[in-house]
Each structure stands twice: as C-alpha cells, then as structure tokens.
Design a protein around this ligand. Sequence first.
Ligand code: NDP
Length: 367
Amino acid sequence: MEAPAAIGYRMKAWQSNGYDGVDGLSLNVVRVPPILRPWDVLVKVQAASVNPIDTAVINGYGGKVLNIMRTLGRAEQGIFDINQIEFPLTVGRDFSGEVVALGKAVKNVAVGDQVWGVVSPQRQGSHAEYVVAAASNVCSRPANITSEEAASIPYAGLTAWSTVVVSGLITEYTAPRTRVLLLGASGGVGSFMCQMLSVWGAQVVAVCSEDASDLVTSLGAVEVLDYRNPETKDLLIADQGFDVVINAAGPDDLDYLQALRPWMGSSYITLSPPLLRNTDELGILPGFIKSLKQVACQNVSSLSEGRAYKWAFYMPNPFALKEISNMMSKNKIRPVIDKVFPFEAAPDAYTHVINGHARGKTVISAQ
Ligand code: NDP
C-alpha cells in the first residue's frame, strides 16, 4: 500500500464537532493521524467496537477529565499533537487492524502485523480508517478469530480483567474458591467476564434477561436468573453466600451488598462509579472530592457489616491483553457479537448501543 503516514494522506473518520450525540456525527475526510511519538504505531483499522462509553462521550460525558488528560498529553509531547485534541472528536476505544507504520522505538510489532489494541481515552479514536496508538497497547491478535471478532474484545476484555483481577482480587488460582454474582452477564463486558471467571473455575451465578439465559449458560454460568422476575433480587439477597458481586448491568444497586457473605473479605464492585459524572457537574477538584466522600461513606457503612464497596474502571494493561489473546487462541473464551455494522453505518451502530439490550458486542467493520 501507499505510505499512509506521509503528510497529506487522507482518511475517512466519524467525528463530532460538539457534544450533540449521534445527530452530531459526520463522516469527515481528514488527515491520516501522524506518528509523533517514537513508541506509537499507525494501524489501518479493519474493525472497531462501539461501547456505551463512546455513546456517552459524544454527549460530553467525562469531558472535563479527558480535557485535562489531553492537555497533559500535549505538554508531555512538547508540540501540538493532533491526536490529542477535543474537537473534531473521533471516538472508538479499540480496534483490530494491520500495522502500517511505526515509531522508531517500537519493537513489539512490525509493519504488516495483524493486531488488536486499545487507544487511550484522551486520544483520537478508532472509528476511522486509521488510528495511532501506543505500541504497548497493541499486540498480535489471535489468528483463530475474524477481524470483527477481534475488534469486539480489547476494551471489554481489559475492563473485565481490571474488574475481576484488580478490583475483585480474583486470579486463576483463587477463582476455584470464589462464588461470584454477575449482574449484566449478557452485555459486552459481562459476556467476557462470565467466560473468564468460569474458565478460571469460579462459580458464576448470572443475572440477565430471560431471553439471554441460553447464551449466558453457554458462557459457563452455573445458574442464570432473570432480573425481570420480581423474586430474583430477594432470592439473591437472602442467599448471602457470594464472595464477590459484580454489577455490569448499568446503574449501581446497593441492595446487592446484602447478597455478600459478611466478614469474609467479600466485595461489591460497580462498573458505574460516579467519578466522571461528578467532575462533569462540579469541576475536577470538587468532583474528585465528592466522589472520594461517596466511596468513603459507602465503605464506612458497608465495612461495618463486613462487606466492601469498590469501583472498577477500564484500564489499559499490556500483560492482560496478551493473556486474553492466549485464552482466545486456545478457544477458552469466544467472542460474543451482537451485531456488525458497516463502517459507513456507524451512527446506526451507536443508536443500537444506546437502545440497549446488548447480547455481547456491537462492532463496525471496514470489510
Ligand atoms: P452493555 O450495554 O453491552 O451490557 C449491559 C447488559 O446488562 C445488557 O445485556 C442488558 O441486557 C443487561 N442488563 C440491563 N439491566 C440489567 C439488570 N437490572 N440486571 C441484569 N442485567 C441487566 O454494556 P457493557 O457490557 O459494555 O458495560 C456494562 C456497564 O459497565 C455499562 O454501564 C458501562 O457503561 C459500564 N462500563 C464501565 C467501564 C468503566 O471503566 N467503569 C468500562 C466499560 C463499561 P437487557 O437490557 O436486555 O436486560
């Protein structure tokens, strides 16, 4: 192919010029992002996933924190970095694709490699024909899955890893002694987490809609309950036998703290911490202080009953990305794809994610 990294080459990118949601998205022809840092790679995107965070960011979610991160990123760079600007904004946090150019310091991938990876949230995203990402967040993708399947994994998989391993302190060695209640097991993150925990030997009791029950059972859950059944919650709370409750269903539900085994180091983990909402509303410092106060107050009351309350966040993690690649190469975890949209129909993919009821991941594909 031609040298896409050369100045002047153009690409198509889905971009937003304000926080106007899906209606504000337009398919623009823009400069292919340049490699400005020696440890960056340029990837021709084959497919990328659409996550709830993308649909939130185009409405301004997290804007204040992301702008601080962009400013710090540009300061570190010392020159104007077009990959770290607010507008026009290209979202999209993960991708599969082919490496087409490298910074001088990159050793772990080569031009022509079929890769997958994630882009830092302050940088221009992957819903474009090309993306620049840090080489540490990019690695060879499993060869036994398609590019669309590969694109469905990195962001959800790394979020699952950070929730289970970093917040939940569950590893493949401790998992066989761990009973987990997983709320939202049918979604993009939940469907990955359910498989990862089950493969490691944890006993996963999953909660989802009834129509997702067969899918979630096939992902390894030992028991699947319908959240629309009015008895489900009472039943789970009365159980009081879970070591970890993971809420990957959306809004926090503190009632489920009561489902935990008390005084056994058990914890409730939410994937919807209020941190970015608070900083959006109040500004960086007051938002951080309010969030810290919230998590501390919640823990004062829950720890007095022998249960911890924790937040979980997506975290880039090169080691975890390789481990995930290994598990997928050995068919221990399979991609769960809800729907694939062509690149030109990206706004329909965003609307699909906004409408909810995900059964795995939504992907946009350039193929
Ligand atoms: P999805 O939209 O893909 O999945 C959510 C799933 O939850 C759907 O399958 C939905 O199915 C199900 N669900 C909805 N309500 C309930 C309920 N009451 N009980 C059980 N299941 C329910 O989202 P993701 O998997 O991508 O993300 C999960 C959550 O984690 C989202 O809120 C997301 O914003 C958050 N997240 C946070 C991150 C962080 O860094 N903190 C990173 C990534 C995600 P149905 O509606 O049909 O029942």
